[in-house]
Structure formats: C-alpha cells, structure tokens
Write a protein that binds this ligand. Structure first.
Ligand code: NAD
Length: 495
C-alpha cells in the first residue's frame, strides 16, 4: 500500500475515523487508505470555503498576486509530474504513456493558460450607454464553488475546473470520485506547500450519495460545476434548485464518427481505434458509433477488426501497454450487460466482447476491445452510453443520412468527420448537434476553445474565454452624470 490520505479542509489535512481502501484496477490490490468525510466535515468545509471567500484575502488579491499563485500551482504539478503520472496510472488503470504525456502536462498547462490569458478579463469594463450616465461592468468571482469530478480523468478534469475557478477568484470545494481521489489529494499537498490562504482550496472525499445533497443544496455555495453521468447530473440539479444555484453540467455522450468513402482508409482506421479505445473507451467524447459510408464499409470493418485484435492489453504501469483495465469490476459488469442487451437485439460481436483469458491479467478488470455490427438506430446500444471499449459500426449512403443518424440520439457532446472534401465536412459540421466537432482529427482539446455538450450532454462550458467566464458574475454599475445631478427619474412624478 502506498500510503494514507486525509481530507484537505481550511489549509489542514484532516483524518477522519471512517476510512476507505483505494484499489489498483490493474491488479485488484489495495494501494491506499483514504479518510471519508461525514456530515461533520461537510459542514466544516462549507463554513471554511465561505469564510475564506467572505473574509479571507483571496478575492481581494490583485490580479497579479493571484496570477502568481496560479502559476506556482502549474509549476508544482510539473515538478511532481512523474509521481503524479504514476499515481494516476495506479489509481485509474490508465496506461502510463497516457498519464505521462497527456493528463499531467495538460493539467499544468490549463493553470498556466488561465493565468496568462484570462485573469485580465476580470478588469472592469467601461461601457458606452449613450446616455447622461456612465456605466461599467464589474466582473467578480461567483463566490464558493463546488466542483464534482468523475473517475475517468480525475486530475485533468479537476484541474480544468480548478484553474478557472481559482483564477476568477472563487474559493473551492473539490469532491473527487471516491474511486479515484489520490492524484487530487497529491495536488492538495502541492497547493498546501505553495501557501494558498486557508479555505481557498478544499478537498472532501466520500460517497456522492452521502455528501452530494449537503454540498449542492447549501446556501453557502454559489455555484456547482459537475462532470459525470446524466443520472447524477439530474440529481444535482434537483439539489441546486432548492436555492436556485448556478450549475454547469458536463454529462455523458454517444458520439458519432462519420467516415466518408474518400478517406485515406489507414488514417481513418488508425484514428478511429484511438477515438474509441483510448482510456479503455472510458471517455465522455468516445466515438462509440462509427458511421461508415457504403463503398468502404466492408474494407473498413476488415482492417478495423484486424487492428483492434492486435491492441496490446496489459498492466497500466507498463510503457508498452496500449489498453489497461476498466476502472472497476462493477464497470466491467455494466459493459458486459450492455453487450448482452445488444446481442439480444440482434447485434453481432465481430471483435472481443469478453474478458481476456490471459492469466497475467486475471486479477485486474480488463476487457477486450469490442466491435459490434448489424444492429441499427432503433437499438439501445446505438443510443445509450456504455463508457467502455465498445463500438457499434453502421453504414450510411449520403451526408444527409449521416447527419440524421448522428443527431438521432439524446446526447450532443462531440462528433468526428473524416473526408478529404473539407467543404462538405465544414457544411456537415454546421448540421451536427454537438458541442465539439473534429474534422480529420480526434480528441484535440485546447485551452483556447470552449468545450461542452448540447442536449442531454449538458450545458455550460469548460475552457476558452466562455469557460472561464462561467466562474465570473457580472455586475452593472450605472452612475448618473446629468447636469446638476438631476436624472430623468427625478421628474417622473412631476414634483
Ligand atoms: P458519476 O455521475 O457516477 O459520478 C461523478 C461524480 O459525482 C463523482 O465524484 C461521484 O462521487 C459524484 N456523485 C455521485 N452521486 C452524487 C450525488 N448524489 N450528489 C453529488 N455528487 C454525486 O460519473 P462517473 O461514473 O464518475 O463518470 C462517468 C460519467 O462521466 C460518464 O457518463 C461520462 O460520460 C461522464 N463524463 C463527462 C465528461 C464531459 O466532459 N462531458 C467528462 C468525463 C466524464
């Protein structure tokens, strides 16, 4: 076991009597013990974050002072990058190559980017209102923000939210998934060393079902930023509606990749493998529906299946591993149940569909890359998010049909278009009901661009100017400048 972790509240590491074991999904072994919060710690964290916002120095710091702290967090992540990557890999089963080259550096980069680019948006702006009054818009932090994050990109998603919330001057209560709190608790150690004022950044670990209502319905909280499933998103909206709190929701997806006849087949096949099997398919933007145009359909399937079968499953800690385990046995059972349901509806499993037989992997929660075909848009597997390494392939003839199929689900998170005809691709992008469209690429996220879904994939944005401004409230201040200080309202009743 690696160690023991406590909660981080009001600048202190707090051990609680209730503990929880954290597992390594590659081996099924316990790797750490983490304190679990009760109602008492939930009340403490709410009071601390509120106090730090209302009376602490954080919201009053100059933008340059705040920027300095944010940049030091970025540097702290980079200084500890190798350890954080190991930790994330052990806790999530995400291959070490991914955590080393993607999750950890990207986490640091978002802090840097917010500090260097967006903090200055908080400068107040004079607005010409063409009247005998001057006006300005003050851009203020929202206040106390609760950030609730899932287990698939624990540190990265937390850092997206945290960088924006802190840069805007909020105080934060961060609740990781109880499956994957370790990298976030390591981040708490880094932030503690940097000396952020107490109560500005807090981490509370525990079951969402036990802590969620207290955190999300409390009047001391001004905003909730949630990333996770639809089911829990709906619950959180109910809690937050009790006192009409601003909430942003980054929820599930069932994204489609549309592959036209004119593509370079090898490029489309290789990229489509990544777009579903990276992180074992446990990505909100996983392209879990491949819509392939009729003329290349058979050739695409042949090559796609052949290459999927050669993906190297292995321990996440091994640099050669291309696919690690799923997060838990429960998740694996869920994936299996979706496949059974798809089969009952007529789907054919043309690759995988089962737990690998390799003895080396028997203690982890591994699952083979799985490809389904021969079942159409009416099926559950076409519409529902599996959140595992399972993809369904369908055929289409023309671009209108592709758009219709892609848009025919309740989600609207992302989509891919593969074609050499960039005009056609751009036109199609305009017709797709999804928040992010990749043309001839996949999975590229940029701090400059807002990210977030449509329809039941949620609302609100992360990243980009729009994402940063989610954590800001706008106050209009109008000041009369009329001659002799007598504005129009003065004469309204004719006195
Ligand atoms: P989940 O909804 O089960 O849990 C997410 C978080 O909510 C966890 O921290 C959990 O502890 C907490 N939670 C659970 N019940 C709660 C409650 N009643 N009140 C408050 N918090 C509660 O999701 P998950 O299984 O961790 O993650 C997978 C889901 O996340 C998928 O649906 C995936 O598509 C989605 N996701 C979306 C995005 C996106 O950007 N749109 C990114 C990553 C993951």
């Amino acid at each position: 076991m690696n160690g023991k972790y406590s909660l981080y509240i009001n600048g202190q590491f707090i051990e609680t009597p209730k503990k929880q074991n954290i597992m390594n999904p590659s081996t099924g072994k316990v790797i750490a013990e983490v304190s679990v919060a009760s109602e008492q710690e939930a009340q403490l964290v709410l009071a601390s974050a509120r106090e730090a916002f209302d009376r602490g120095p954080w919201p009053q710091l100059t933008l340059d002072q705040r920027k300095e702290f944010i940049l030091r967090i970025a540097q702290g992540i980079l200084d500890n990058a190798a350890e954080l990557a190991q930790m994330e890999t052990q806790n999530t089963g995400k291959p070490i190559k991914e955590t080393t080259f993607m999750d950890i550096p990207s986490s640091a980069k978002t802090f840097e980017f917010m500090a260097d680019n967006f903090i200055n948006y908080l400068d107040e702006a004079e607005i010409n209102i063409a009247d005998e009054a001057s006006a300005k818009v003050l851009r203020e932090p929202m206040g106390v923000v609760v950030l609730i994050v899932p287990w698939n990109y624990p540190l990265l998603i937390a850092c997206w939210k945290l960088a924006q919330a802190l840069a805007a001057g909020n105080t934060v209560i961060l609740k990781p998934s109880s499956l994957t709190p370790l990298s976030i608790l390591e981040l708490a150690k880094i932030i503690h060393k940097i000396g952020l004022p107490p109560g500005v950044f807090n981490v509370i670990n525990g079951s969402g079902q036990e802590l969620g209502e207290t955190l999300c319905s409390d009047k001391r909280v001004d905003m909730i930023s949630f990333t996770g499933s639809n089911e829990i998103g709906r619950q959180i909206l109910q809690y937050s509606s009790k006192n009409v709190k601003k909430s942003i929701m980054e929820l599930g997806g069932k994204s489609a990749s549309i592959i036209f006849n004119d593509v370079d087949l090898e490029v489309a096949v290789n990229s489509s493998l990544v777009s579903i099997f990276l992180n074992q398919g446990q990505m909100c933007t996983a392209m879990s529906r491949l819509l392939v145009q009729d003329q290349i359909y058979d050739r695409f399937i042949e090559s796609f299946v052949k290459k999927a079968k050669s993906i190297k499953l292995g321990l996440a800690s091994d640099y050669e591993t291309q696919m690690g385990p799923l997060i838990s046995d429960a998740q694996r059972k869920k994936v299996l149940s979706y496949i059974e349901k798809a089969k009952a509806e007529g789907a054919k499993v043309i690759c995988g569909g089962k737990i690998p037989e390799n003895q080396e992997l028997k203690n982890g929660y591994f699952f083979e890359p799985t490809i389904l075909a021969d079942v159409g848009a009416h099926s559950h597997i076409f519409k529902e998010e599996v959140f595992g390494p399972v993809v369904l392939i369908n055929k289409f003839s023309g671009s209108d049909e592709a758009a219709l199929l892609a848009n025919s689900v309740d989600f609207g998170l992302a989509a891919c278009i593969w074609s050499k005809d960039k005009i056609l691709a751009q036109e199609l992008a305009g017709k797709l009901n999804a928040g992010t469209i990749w043309i001839n690429t996949y999975g590229m996220f940029y701090n400059q661009l807002p990210y977030g879904g449509f329809k039941q994939s949620g609302f609100g944005k992360e990243l980009g100017r729009e994402g940063f401004l989610e954590y800001v409230r706008f106050k209009s201040v109008i000041c009369d400048q009329s001659k002799e200080g007598k504005p129009l309202v003065n004469y309204w009743y004719g006195f």
